[in-house]
Design a protein. Structure first.
Lengths: 174, 487, 1024
């Protein structure tokens, strides 16, 4: 849904962090922050909850493990038992390396897939850039434009105080 | 860059304090401007090697394995030696990007990207050999457990280390590739946004998956990186352990050894770091990136070489000891033959390069002398190739029945394919440093910002939120003191 | 049989009248239709053979297709083709079946018509060498593909030798002559016969000498033909010439017994065998028979026996001797004399002193040997391969004094295996040089190559007005003759043989002649204006001469059919043979011989830098007759393990003195001859003697054999009327060149590993408790059978027949010198040979090594694609079409018995041996897959034979009997060293052997649990 937003750009990560903290203290709704590298401390400042992606890894990994063990057992014992060097059909020890590899494979791929889905990243997606250079040397805060005018003015003031290089307003799909 | 003040070298991973813009510009310059003469020279040589590989491989597949020097006694030689060698090379990349990440080693940021690329290309080279060494490469698909059909027995032999290899190598390659690409995404976005030509815009636009630096994404991104690192670390250990089982699970004297998995992993890291060193020394000068790949990076890698080299040396000693102590006549003969037999030169060369050469790194002077580092890194590569050669050929050529003892003499094709694999590797690598950001721009920015501000405002990009190593604090403090360019 | 044979002609006529049918060569072709134009040179053998016989013995109405163009069969449609296959299959079996009297009787089961894909067996006689062993030939779809020994034969049993095994490949030699030549140009037989008849008339008119120069002829019927020639032409004479002859032995017997004979030896009756350079287990006289006797005589249920061998170079026989003493060829006489002196003394012979000379070797040893001989009077045997009348006379005297004559050697029913007369040959050559010979017929001989003075012979040949050769190719001799009238290969021909007096065998064709050749006997008859066919003549001869000498069967047809089926016939010695009995009781005066030997010894010893050279028949090529046979060229010499060429064997010590390494090329020179050969360091070689194998160095034998090795015949000379097979005052000079030896084994030391285990007769009976190796896993369910092999290392002589037999049975590829040098030999069974003891007098060990069919096979676990697994019957099986060639299995095989196809060895011009040409491929066994490039292969324990045996048993409805299925290596073994069978059946021979106290398994401490077990080598009594 289209919404009006206030975009403040910062040259320095430190000011940015500061601005985020204060903006939230001022009950301004910080929609997101854009930075050329992950600025540490923002998670707490923005109050982002810890992601649940690790669970995906765990489940996928276990699936891989079970599949590998199950398949090898099926192939060697149930489907086509055959005398190989006089060994028993079910040589579980020999199945372990493959099982491990598939655990890792499933876990890894599933995690990345989940990440891309969750963050809606896909090839040739047209990115929405709040300001030029957020992938280079600029940091930007995007705040929902407050309804009340006087709050809005306070917000702009606050951002400028915190050292925003520029504060603009625009519309964006949020 | 060696003329920079010692203090700076001591403490800083990036020389000077470039602005974020400078970082972007410096690192993207090779991709936007023209590379140095050296690059063209190296690339020319590499392509020649690649052509040689194509020619030799064609000849091989057209005529049969007979064009190699193999025989009834020695069924594997250069082929599997090269395979193990290249797989080993690959491991350093994963180690740097994953293990060092877990250990929060900041110095990795300048080198992990190229190291990971090296991993991928090395694994590609390695993957070539299992295919080429088959008597009937066109039937290679037999080795996959595909849906039962008329091709003989239904499934593959899950007891065979070669099948383990198939799974290990392909998993390793996939995960490495994904990890590498994931790391590239933010930089691709950066490049996209500074791209001038339409083609570049299109390409980077497509590859960067619409990345826009949103911090909500960044925070998940970091977790995913950590998870992958956590997966890749045991993976890299497992891969070379499995490769070593190709030998350890057989009953040949010299192969049938329980020490092989750790021994091979250490060797892999050793050879990998050797190769990383070689590459970085070439790259930083051919791409003028001394600022980001500093002597300090080289120095740290030299230390790793010293450590792993010593582990390898210890493994050699252990082998000999258990051969003597175990009292198995075949085992015992094998090791006597290793050191005194017709291939003794290979053994002693390996001792020289893998055990003695790294010991030089006890001296700081040598660790910080680019020339010396380069020479030794080459020695390491040679030594590790010969280690595999000795293990494979010397074990095979004199096994149990003296009546079937023989010798292996390489042919032109053997050597041609070995050389060619280097051609393939360097072609790919040189293309990479020409057309992709060979240093992780966004990670360096993290480090740079940190150096500049020194406080914990912006810190290492990969610290799990809320957990800080106390040692780091002190480091930072020192950093600031000497940097002295705080606003 | 006549009834079903009557059907044949009509079928033949109808088909034959339509088109000369194609002849298929492989199952592939049977399925895919006939192959390219000209693939089968000479067009259609089957049909021509059936129809081009002279009218006399052709069924009325059968047309003559002799004139049909060779390639007429091209473009046969598939339907024609298949019908023709049916025909030619039938026709080939009934090759002689058109007229009732031409029945070739299959053995063991007489089939009236041959079913494609079902093998039939024919008894015949081997033409591979002068021994004339009795054979049974396996014929599949009209092609002989394997020869085996005829177990009905009392002499030879079921065994054969390497050369015999390979004869079937010589049949398919694509370089045989396609037809007769007159003055080098192809000429139809009728014209040729006119020319020759004219030539003979001219010779007869001019009272010119007509000579038949032939190798030993065992065939009584052929001898009858030759006798006729004698009657026809007063100036005719028959000279028998063997390149390696027993001439001196015959001459000695002539002096001692009044008859020029070769005694028939019985090594099995001898408890003490003393051999003076007679390689009776390898090549001498009748190796298969002797090996059989030898093994029987030394079997452990017999009292301990002793075998002492005096010889210059290590021979197969020497490698088996209990005591082997290296002596120079020049010293052999002295050794014989020294023994004679001692024996004579013991025998109280007057003036025994005359024999005494300076002992050439350790006196004590001679005393012991003499003592042992004397102790076992009547059950000892002294033989000598020295072609020297004096020595042979001394040896004969030794046997007489020891009372062996009539016991361990039979002079009443002598051997007829080598009748060559060197003196007669020498005279003939002289006459030829003087131009006194008008017509010369050369049969089975190649003097231009193997005579002492080959070129001289060739030159002399040019002075003969009419020279005729029956060679199957333009060899060194036949290149220079007026007419070449190629004889059949023995597998294409009728015939008979009498290798030992009273032991007859028949020969029958197992395939119609491939080319336009004609039986030698038939040619001889033609030139006497006699149109009788060879077949008719043989049959007639047996009716008139042999039939009367037996009394079992009354009608000739029955007798003929029975004999033909059985293949062999034993007769009481013909009256008069034993005229001068008791043979050799009254001894001849041996003093002249002793004097002669003394005289030789008096000759001043040569300079220090002069050596002696001994030449010997090679086990594979023999005297050179098999020199174009790829199997034999690639057969590792049983001693040196070198293939594709001969070497100069010298003592390691001498090599050190001369600063030579193995492979260094030396030039060996005598005033008479010179030769350059690579050096081979041979343990046990006499310190000052160089040994060189004969049979190599052919120049005009074919693409495989030309220029392989060097010809050592020029070093021989004629002395005292016999060919002296050694030379003295030989100069040796290093040329500085180095040659890679194509050896299959480079390391002869066992490195103290428990690989070949030995025991002694003393230790037998007190076995040490062998601890049972634990099994890590539960036993897997087993099939009802569990196949296994047991190999008796005490019986194995290392003769290498099994290697060729396996190659023939299993389509093992020939890969050539270069590939062998690269250690890529493909043989599924190899014979590992180890030495231990002193380098100058080592003990030798032979160990046949093939896939051990491990219960816990290391090769199987590592194969990624399950291309090798264990069958329910304990076979380790290789699945060619699944194999992707990682070679991991071969690396992990502790026995190194797996063989990889480094290249495509079939139909590949780069490996232009028999498998690269369509004729050569005829020898392939249709029951065994021909392996493609890039796959692993190995011994299958002849799984195809097991399958065939099971099928037969099922058809029969009775269970498979023990010994019914034999592996190729087992069947060929003259000493019965290899036994195959079911380990689950406690009564089977293999199971009983497996429980023998000598049984052990190689490297089983690795936990491989092989199904192949070995019986320890037993060291027999040493002279005390």
């Amino acid at each position: 849904m289209r919404a009006r937003v206030v975009i403040a750009t910062f040259p320095h990560a430190s000011d940015l962090l500061n601005a985020v903290r204060r903006a939230r203290r001022e009950m301004l709704r910080v929609y997101d922050v854009y930075a050329p590298f992950p600025v540490h401390g923002l998670d707490e400042a923005m109050g982002i909850r810890r992601t649940r992606l690790p669970r995906v890894t765990l489940i996928a990994g276990l699936t891989g493990l079970c599949f590998a063990l199950g398949f090898q057992y099926y192939a060697n014992v149930l489907d086509w038992p055959i005398n190989v060097g006089g060994k028993p059909d079910n040589t579980t020890l020999a199945f372990i390396p493959i099982s491990f590899e598939l655990t890792v494979l499933f876990g890894g791929l599933a995690t990345v897939a989940a990440f891309l889905l969750r963050t809606r990243l896909y090839p040739s997606k047209q990115p929405w850039l709040p300001a030029a250079g957020v992938t280079d040397d600029t940091f930007a805060i995007v705040i929902r434009r407050p309804s009340g005018d006087e709050i809005h003015q306070r917000a702009l003031a606050l951002l400028t105080e915190c050292g925003a290089a520029a504060v603009t307003e625009s519309e964006a799909d949020l | 860059m060696d003329n920079l003040p010692e203090g700076v070298l001591e403490t800083r991973w990036i020389t000077g304090s470039p602005t974020l813009k400078q970082v972007t510009d410096d690192i993207s310059r090779p991709m936007e401007g023209k590379p140095g003469k050296l690059w063209y020279v190296l690339f020319g040589i590499a392509v020649l090697g690649l052509l040689d590989l194509l020619a030799m491989a064609t000849w091989l597949v057209a005529n049969g394995i007979g064009v190699w020097g193999l025989n009834n006694s020695v069924g594997w030689a250069f082929d599997i030696t090269n395979f193990v060698f290249w797989i080993g090379i690959g491991h350093a990349g994963t180690l740097i990007s994953a293990i060092l990440l877990l250990f929060r080693q900041k110095w990795r940021t300048s080198i992990n990207r190229s190291a990971e690329a090296m991993t991928i290309f090395a694994v590609m080279c390695a993957g070539l050999f299992p295919l080429l060494h088959m008597g009937r490469p066109w039937d290679a698909f037999f080795i996959f457990p595909y849906v039962p059909n008329q091709h003989g027995p239904l499934w593959v032999n899950f007891r065979s280390p070669l099948v383990w290899d198939v799974f290990a190598i392909s998993t390793y390659f996939t995960i490495s590739l994904v990890f590498w690409y994931l790391g590239l995404i933010p930089d691709l976005a950066t490049l996209r946004d500074r791209a001038t030509t339409r083609i570049k815009k299109a390409v980077f636009g497509a590859l960067s998956l619409g990345w826009n630096g949103s911090h909500r994404t960044w925070s998940r991104y970091e977790i995913v990186s950590l998870i992958l690192a956590g997966l890749a670390t045991p993976l890299v250990l497992s891969v070379h352990s499995i490769v070593s089982m190709d030998f350890a699970t057989s009953l040949l004297p010299g192969w049938h050894t329980t020490i092989f998995p750790p021994y091979f992993v250490a060797g892999a890291i050793y050879s990998g770091f050797g190769m990383v060193l070689t590459l970085l020394i070439l790259t930083r000068s051919s791409m003028n990136l001394q600022r980001y790949i500093t002597i300090k990076h080289l120095d740290s890698m030299a230390k790793v070489l010293l450590l792993t080299g010593s582990i390898v040396g210890f493994a050699y000693a252990t082998e000999f000891f258990s051969a003597w102590y175990g009292g198995n006549i075949y085992e015992r003969y094998h090791f006597v033959n290793r050191a005194t037999g017709p291939y003794a030169f290979g053994f002693w060369l390996m001792m020289l390069c893998n055990v003695l050469a790294p010991q030089l790194f006890w001296s700081k002077k040598i660790r910080r002398h680019v020339g010396a580092l380069f020479v030794i890194s080459i020695l390491v590569n040679i030594g590790m190739w010969f280690e595999r050669f000795v293990i494979i050929v010397v074990s095979l050529h004199r096994a149990f029945l003296p009546a079937s003892w023989g010798m292996f003499y390489p042919t032109v094709v053997d050597i041609g394919i070995l050389v060619g694999s280097f051609g393939l590797f360097f072609t790919l690598f040189l293309l990479f440093i020409r057309f992709a950001p060979m240093i992780a721009i966004w990670e360096v920015k993290g480090v740079v910002t940190e150096q500049a501000h020194g406080t914990h405002v912006a810190v290492d990009t990969h610290v799990i939120p809320g957990s800080e190593a106390p040692t780091e604090a002190s480091t930072e403090a020192r950093t600031d003191a000497q940097a002295g360019d705080r606003p | 049989m006549s009834d079903h044979c009557n059907g044949a002609p009509d079928k033949l006529v109808t088909l034959g009248a339509r088109r000369a049918p194609a002849y298929w060569k492989s199952p592939e072709e049977l399925r895919d239709g006939p192959s390219r134009r000209g693939e089968f040179p000479g067009g259609l053998p089957a049909l021509r053979s059936l129809t081009s016989e002279p009218p006399a013995d052709r069924a009325p109405g059968a047309p003559d297709h002799a004139g049909e163009p060779a390639d007429d069969h091209d473009g046969t449609t598939r339907r024609d083709f298949l019908s023709i296959v049916g025909f030619s299959a039938t026709a080939a079996t009934l090759a002689a079946c058109r007229a009732p009297e031409q029945t070739a009787v299959p053995l063991p089961v007489a089939t009236d018509t041959m079913v494609a894909g079902v093998a039939s067996y024919y008894a015949t006689t081997c033409g591979g060498c002068a021994s004339a062993c009795s054979l049974v030939v396996k014929q599949r779809d009209g092609r002989p593909i394997k020869v085996e020994g005829n177990e009905a034969s009392q002499l030879f049993g079921g065994g054969t030798c390497a050369a015999g095994q390979a004869t079937v490949l010589s049949l398919y030699d694509s370089e045989r002559l396609r037809g007769p030549l007159w003055q080098g140009a192809p000429t139809p037989w009728p014209r040729l016969d006119e020319e020759i008849a004219a030539g003979l008339k001219a010779a007869a008119a001019a009272q010119g000498k007509i000579v038949l120069l032939s190798s030993t002829i065992h065939s009584p019927s052929l001898r009858e033909v030759i006798a006729r020639w004698g009657r026809q032409f007063p100036t005719f004479r028959h000279v028998t010439y063997d390149p390696v002859s027993a001439s001196a032995l015959r001459a000695a017997s002539a002096q001692a017994l009044g008859r020029p004979i070769v005694p028939h030896y019985a090594f099995d009756r001898a408890r003490v065998i003393v051999s003076l350079d007679a390689d009776f287990l390898g090549t001498w006289l009748s190796p298969v028979e002797f090996a059989r006797q030898y093994a029987r005589g030394r079997s452990l249920d017999r009292p301990a026996s002793l075998h002492v061998q005096f010889e210059p170079g290590m021979s197969v026989t020497g490698s088996n001797a209990d005591q082997r003493i290296a002596v120079a060829p020049s010293a052999l006489g002295a050794v014989a004399l020294a023994l004679l002196a001692r024996i004579a003394r013991s025998a109280g012979e007057p003036d025994a002193a005359a024999a005494s000379a300076a002992d050439p070797i350790d006196k004590a040893l001679l005393d012991t040997v003499a003592a042992e001989l004397w102790k076992h009077r009547g059950e000892s045997l002294v033989v000598s391969g020295a072609n020297d009348v004096a020595i042979q006379l001394v040896v004969h005297t030794l046997n007489r004094l020891l009372g062996n004559v009539g016991k361990t050697l039979d002079v009443d029913r002598p051997s007829l295996q080598r009748q060559g007369d060197d003196a007669a040959m020498a005279d003939l050559v002289a006459e030829m040089q003087r131009g006194e010979i008008h017509a010369l017929i050369i049969h089975g001989a190649n003097p231009a190559f193997d005579y002492s003075d080959g070129p001289g012979f060739a030159k002399a040949l040019s002075r003969v007005a009419l020279s005729i050769s029956t060679a199957d190719r333009r060899d060194e001799t036949s290149a220079a003759v007026t007419a070449v009238c190629p004889d059949h290969h023995f597998l294409e021909s009728w015939g008979d043989a009498e290798p030992v007096t009273g032991y007859l065998s028949l020969a029958q064709p197992t395939i119609a002649p491939l080319y336009d050749t004609r039986a030698f006997a038939e040619s001889l008859l033609r030139w006497l204006d006699d149109d009788t066919s060879h077949y008719a003549f043989v049959r007639e001869y047996w009716r008139s001469h042999v039939m009367p000498r037996q009394d079992q069967l009354t009608t000739f047809d029955a007798f003929w059919d029975a004999t033909l089926e059985r293949g062999v016939l034993e007769l009481a010695p013909a009256a008069g043979a034993t005229a001068d009995a008791p043979a050799g009781a009254a001894g001849v005066d041996w003093r002249p011989a002793a004097a002669a030997i003394h005289e030789d010894l008096q000759r001043a010893p040569g300079r220090d830098d002069r050596y002696e050279l001994a030449v010997f028949e090679s086990v594979g090529l023999r005297a050179g007759g098999h020199a174009n046979n790829p199997w034999l060229l690639e057969l590792p010499d049983p001693i040196s393990k070198v293939t594709w060429g001969n070497v100069a064997m010298i003592a390691p010590r001498l090599a050190d003195q001369l600063g030579l390494r193995g492979g260094d090329v030396i030039s060996i020179t005598t005033p008479a001859a010179s030769l350059e050969l690579p050096v081979f360091l041979q343990p046990g070689q006499h310190a000052r003697t160089i040994s060189v194998a004969l049979g190599f160095g052919r120049q005009a034998v074919g693409k495989a054999g030309n220029g392989v090795g060097g010809n050592a015949f020029p070093f021989t000379s004629v002395a005292r009327g016999a060919r002296r097979m050694w030379a003295d005052s030989v100069a040796v000079v290093a040329t500085g060149r180095h040659e890679k030896l194509a050896g299959t084994q480079s390391h002869f030391d066992m490195e103290g590993r428990p690989i070949v285990l030995e025991t002694t007769r003393a230790e037998l009976g007190k076995p040490e408790a062998a601890e049972e190796l634990p099994n890590l896993w539960n036993e897997r369910p087993q099939g009802e059978k569990s196949w296994g092999l047991s190999i008796d290392l005490d019986a194995c002589t290392g003769c290498s027949a099994c290697v060729v037999a396996c190659q023939a049975e299993n389509n093992v590829a020939v890969i050539g010198k270069d590939q062998v040098e690269r250690q890529r030999i493909m043989h599924w069974i190899r014979i590992d040979r180890y030495y231990h003891g002193a380098e100058d007098n080592p003990q030798s060990l032979h160990q046949p090594m093939m896939c051990q069919h491990c219960g816990h096979a290391p090769c199987e676990t590592v194969c990624p694609v399950l291309a090798t697994t264990t069958s329910s019957e304990g076979l380790n099986q290789q699945v060619y079409n699944r194999c992707i060639g990682t070679r991991y299995c071969a690396n992990n095989c502790p026995y190194k018995v797996r063989r990889f196809n480094w290249y495509n060895y079939t139909g590949n011009p780069r490996f232009d041996y028999h498998m690269a040409n369509p004729v050569g491929r005829l020898v392939l066994n249709p029951d065994v897959t021909v392996r493609s490039r890039g796959v692993m292969e190995k011994c299958s324990m002849c799984v195809q034979r097991i399958a065939a045996g099971k099928t037969a048993a099922v058809k029969r409805g009775t269970p498979l009997k023990d010994g019914e299925v034999k592996t190729a290596c087992q069947q060929v073994c003259p000493t019965d060293a290899i036994v195959f069978g079911d380990l689950n059946d406690p009564k089977s021979r293999v199971a009983q052997r497996a429980s023998n106290e000598r049984t052990y398994r190689v490297l089983d401490d690795l936990g491989t649990r092989p199904n192949v077990s070995y019986l320890k080598k037993v060291r027999h009594g040493q002279p005390t």
